[in-house]
Ligand binder design. Structure first.
Ligand code: HEM
Ligand SMILES: [Cu+2]
Length: 531
């Protein structure tokens, strides 16, 4: 056996030990670097969330004071949004699987790929040290709304600069994936023969490139305002705080599609494999991704209905918000139609995928409540919003991540996980999740405000359910993560194609060799070739 056909995990290059990982330009190793770093941040973020829920288990002070609570929800938000769900699926599974699924040996720019990971780590380090430097941890929330973020003495500047560096990492990944897809598809792989996960990364790449610079500039404006008192956003200097909200959401609404499109791509891979059926409406799924990516630029104002806007612009943003629901619904329809009359192979990844569809629909429907003007005035800044975005972001991107993790795990590590522990963990997690977040819809409709360390006694009952749900959910999560870590070392060896998948990654050994393919395959048929 020559060095090149040795598995990527065992391969010995120039460097040894940890250096062989943190200096590797192999897309699979970089995928694992992201996996380990993102999972570490996710665990930190989840523990912060749990502590917040423990504070909220009863009215009055339970385990922390209000200032600490504010710092916690800010750090929780920054960590989860900028360090976990925005990079999450593309950086981990995109890096690992995009080249293999299109029949390439690596991404177009392997060194730039490694640079993206280093920038990610640098940005994370800057954002996290904001907790310990300067005049105390930032307490603005992840949105850094002006004018509060301009005036408080806490250490906003380094949190903002951390997010700025992370933006570069995101842009570089987008450029790399778009180029890889344009230039490196295997011979015969026409655009319409490309699997759906690469398609979703392609649509996401464009959002990363087009939208991310806007947040970069906006964050620099905050820094300039704080240090040089320029007067972009501060009314006392002639600026406009509403301008900040426009700029922030012009990025951050499209960013929610950076979170969800790759997640939808993962689901589109899993459903046909476990239904053993060609995906229903391949073209409609592709086109709807671009429908979402395109329309997503025109709806940012729905975050600002209560902030002050002309009636005409409110109407416009509300109308377009409703339109975005259509391409999302098309995907759900196609997944369900793929399952219909399939010969279904019930396995852990499918449980996660079905749960994804369920929670994503609840998240999407509540989005429509918020998108309608009169209802949103009642709901805005309540727990309802927190329920909505956790159903979509955690229930969507998080569940798809878990689905993908259990789908591709045997390929990545060459071992199979313990299926009954995986299913037990899933079930406990799912129960906890529903208790934790569904209650928030009810609490929010009844008027409990978000981002507050305390609440009126009438909300106590719901908060007990929600906080107990958080404990159950974290327990389920621990089972899932421990099972995966154990299995990566001790699991049964996995065959090349444990689920009967048809896309290219299932044609190479588990774990794949350094160069992915001995010979680049010729593509003659579509990606989901079931009868
Ligand atoms: C598809 C993925 C989606 C994600 C990842 C997502 C995520 C989010 C997040 C994070 C927020 C809270 C922002 C904050 O901190 O203030 C939010 C609010 C909102 N979402 Fe979504 N959302 C998605 C889909 C939708 C859809 C399909 C709709 C409507 C059709 C929608 C309508 C809204 C509205 C109107 C708000 C603002 C509510 C308010 O602040 O009053 N969202 N969403
Ligand atoms: Cu939005």
């Amino acid at each position: 056996m020559n060095q090149e056909s040795v598995s990527y995990l065992k391969y010995q290059g120039k460097h040894k030990g940890i250096l062989a990982w943190i200096l590797s330009t192999d897309h699979k190793r970089i995928g694992l670097l992201y996996l380990y770093s993102i999972m570490s941040f996710f665990i930190i973020g989840a523990l912060l969330g749990l502590l917040m829920k423990l504070e909220l288990i009863a009215p009055g002070k339970t385990i922390m004071n209000a200032a600490t609570y504010n710092a916690f929800f800010t750090l929780h938000g920054i960590t989860m949004i900028f360090l976990v769900v925005i990079p999450g699926v593309p950086a981990i599974f995109g890096n690992f699987f995009l080249p293999i699924m299109i029949g390439a040996k690596d991404v177009a720019f392997p060194r730039l790929n490694l640079l993206s990971w280093w920038l990610y780590i640098l940005g994370a380090a800057i954002a996290l040290t904001s907790q310990f430097l300067g005049d105390g941890p930032p307490d603005t929330g992840w949105t850094f709304y002006a004018p509060y973020s301009l005036r408080i003495p806490t250490n906003v500047v380094s949190a903002v600069l951390g997010a700025f560096v992370l933006g570069f990492s995101s842009i570089l990944t987008g450029i790399n994936f778009i180029t890889t897809i344009h230039r490196m598809k295997a011979p015969g792989m026409k655009w319409m023969k490309m699997p759906l996960f690469p398609w979703s990364l392609y649509a996401t790449g464009w959002i990363q490139i087009v939208a991310t610079p806007i947040i970069g500039i906006t964050l620099l404006m905050i820094v300039a305002e704080r240090i040089f008192k320029i007067g972009f956003f501060d009314p006392s200097l002639g600026g406009d705080p509403i301008l900040y909200q426009h700029l922030f959401w012009i990025y951050s609404h499209p960013a929610v599609y950076i979170m969800i499109l790759p997640a939808m791509g993962v689901i589109s891979e899993i459903i046909p494999t476990f239904a053993r059926k060609t995906v229903f409406g391949y073209q409609a799924i592709v086109i709807s991704s671009f429908g979402i990516a395109f329309l997503g630029y025109f709806v940012w104002g729905h975050h600002m209905f209560a902030a002050g806007m002309s009636a005409a612009s409110m109407w416009f943003f509300s109308f377009l918000t409703f339109l975005v629901a259509i391409p999302s619904a098309i995907k759900v329809f196609n997944w369900v139609a793929t399952l219909y009359k399939g010969s279904i192979n019930v396995q852990t990844p499918l449980y996660w995928a079905l749960a994804f569809i369920f929670v994503f629909m609840i998240g999407g429907l509540t989005g429509l409540f918020q998108g309608s003007l009169a209802v949103d005035v009642h709901l805005t800044d309540t727990m309802f919003i927190v329920g909505h975005f956790h159903f979509i972001v955690f229930g969507g991107t998080g569940y798809a991540f878990m689905a993908g993790m259990h789908y591709w795990f045997p390929k990545m590590f060459g071992r199979q996980y313990d299926k009954s522990w995986a299913n037990t963990g899933f079930l406990i997690f799912f129960m906890g999740f529903l208790a934790l977040y569904f209650t928030m819809f009810i609490l929010g409709m009844n008027g409990e405000p978000r981002r507050s360390a305390d609440y009126l006694p009438q909300f106590h009952g719901g908060n007990i359910v929600s906080s107990l749900g958080a404990i159950v959910m974290i327990f389920g999560l621990a089972i899932i993560i421990i099972n995966l870590i154990r299995s990566a070392r001790h699991g049964e060896p996995a065959p090349a194609d444990p689920w009967g998948g048809k896309t290219l990654e299932w044609t190479v050994p588990s774990p794949p060799p350094l160069e992915n393919f001995e010979e680049i395959p010729e593509i003659t048929h579509g990606p989901y070739d079931y009868k």
